[in-house]
Design a protein around this ligand. Structure first.
Ligand code: GLV
Ligand code: MN
Ligand code: MN
Length: 444
């Protein structure tokens, strides 16, 4: 593991360029009282989308390309069609839905998010950015707005890492952050590869076609729930994201010696699970050790072999997720985990193999687009707070191909990735108003 990450990077295509000068003007493109956001319709759509779940309500589980995920996506496609958008799906299953502007030669403005959900999740993560984008487009259309640039809603494939262990598969391939060969090498928990799995889901054609050239889009905006407590605590309705923290994922395999729970004497044990327990605590200690509120470390998956009540565990597989807004600090945590793992392995006479699955860089949101979002919040009569995103999003990879920014709305108690995740209907509507104004400003 090397010191490849620094402070948030910026794939700036328009650092201080006048590209967004018009979009940052004082006057709104569409008067606010003409943007009618239908809160009840969005609630009904979010609730219906939540019925496509492999967990009983209120939990939502929608793992990539399961029959449930495909049915949920079909529902979302029907909503996109209902608004009159032109749909296409790429080779990994990302949906593009276009509202054609009066000048099709101009790069479109894009917005969107994802609808896959981790096991036992809630109904807002990702879905607010998709249902909200549809509502924003509908509101602009109803207001009689005619975009010059096309507006495109993107429903990204596989933002969550549940199935293949890597998040943002769609946007990584789209932006070139992952090569088709790297994607083809991925396997799910049953050993099924991406190629086979996507064919089963109904997508074929070369993965190479997923790549989108830099400059194809004028801008990308993602509306999302904060997934943290800041906006709620400040009682501020709109967050404008400054940067996205750098996530890293490591897989660990701890190999010890199994045996009889009665017969294997304690001094002679090389128990893979007790060694893993130490490793889990070392992840926690390493993250806390930076002393920064921005460092987090999590072990969220652990499987024990052979998994018998009277068998000493011989093998454990676990996942390690480490993030920090400061990439150098994040890599320091990873190094400490590697060192501690070596110590645990020696002391306990077990083997610990660590495989770094992803180490992404932090990313800065585009300053001028943030200014467009600030102006759009003013259009909607809403105050904002600037904050980093500790969760990752497809907006982490989109800056590689176009200027990117994010709008956050509060979520109750900062709770996310849980069934009780909640954002009030009016809070979502505020986010949609800001998004609608920003889309209008950028596409006029
Ligand atoms: C996305 O869901 C993340 O893990 O940040
Ligand atoms: Mn999520
Ligand atoms: Mn999300």
């Amino acid at each position: 593991m090397t010191d490849r990450a620094t402070s948030p990077q910026s794939h700036r295509s328009a650092g201080s360029s006048p590209v967004f000068a018009d979009a940052r003007q004082d006057q709104p493109t569409v008067e606010t009282d003409r943007i009618a956001v239908n809160t009840g319709r969005m609630q009904a759509q979010l609730a219906r989308l939540a019925t496509f779940s492999d967990a009983p309500p209120p939990a939502v589980t929608r793992v990539l390309w399961t029959p449930t995920d495909l049915a949920g996506r079909a529902y979302v496609s029907s909503l996109l069609e209902e608004v009159g958008l032109e749909l296409r799906t790429d080779e990994i299953g990302t949906i593009y839905a276009r509202w054609s502007g009066s000048d099709p030669s101009l790069p479109p403005v894009a917005t969107g998010s994802h609808v896959d959900a981790i096991p036992n999740a809630g109904l807002y993560d990702g879905c607010v950015g998709v249902i909200g984008a549809i509502e924003a487009v509908r509101a602009l259309c109803d207001a009689g707005f005619v975009p010059t640039r096309s507006i495109e809603i993107i429903v990204f494939a596989s933002e969550e890492p549940t199935r293949f262990g890597v998040g943002c598969l769609g946007s990584r391939l789209m932006s070139g952050a992952m090569s088709p060969d790297q994607a083809r090498a991925l396997r799910d928990g049953d050993g099924l590869g991406v190629e086979e799995a996507r064919r089963q889901a109904g997508w074929s054609g070369p993965l190479e076609n997923v790549r989108v050239a830099s400059g194809t889009y004028h801008a990308f905006l993602e509306l999302h729930i904060e997934q943290g407590p800041v906006l709620e605590r400040l009682a501020v309705p709109i967050g404008v994201v400054t940067a996205i923290a750098a996530p890293a994922t490591v897989r660990a395999v701890i190999t010890g010696e199994g045996g009889h729970a009665g017969g294997l004497l304690m001094p002679e044990r090389h128990d893979a699970l007790t060694a893993s327990a130490e490793l889990v605590l070392c992840v926690e200690a390493a993250a806390r050790g930076t002393g920064s509120i921005d460092t987090v470390g999590t072990v969220g998956q652990l499987s024990v072999f052979p998994g018998a009540v009277n068998g000493v565990p011989s093998e454990v597989r676990l996942s390690i997720d480490v993030r920090d807004v400061d990439g150098v600090q994040r890599d320091g945590v990873l190094r400490r985990i590697v060192d501690d793992a070596a110590g645990i392995a020696t002391r306990r006479g077990v083997r610990i193999d660590l495989e770094v699955v992803t180490t992404d860089l932090p990313e800065t949101m585009h300053p001028e687009l943030r200014a467009v979002l600030e102006a759009s919040a003013t259009d909607a009569g809403l105050v904002t707070h600037q904050l980093p995103s500790r969760a990752y999003h497809d907006a982490l990879f989109m800056p590689r191909i176009c200027p990117t920014a994010m709008v956050f709305v509060p979520c109750r108690g900062g709770v996310s990735h849980r069934p009780d995740e909640f954002t009030a209907p009016e809070e979502i509507a505020d986010g949609v108003r800001v998004l609608a104004h920003a889309l209008a400003r950028l596409s006029a």
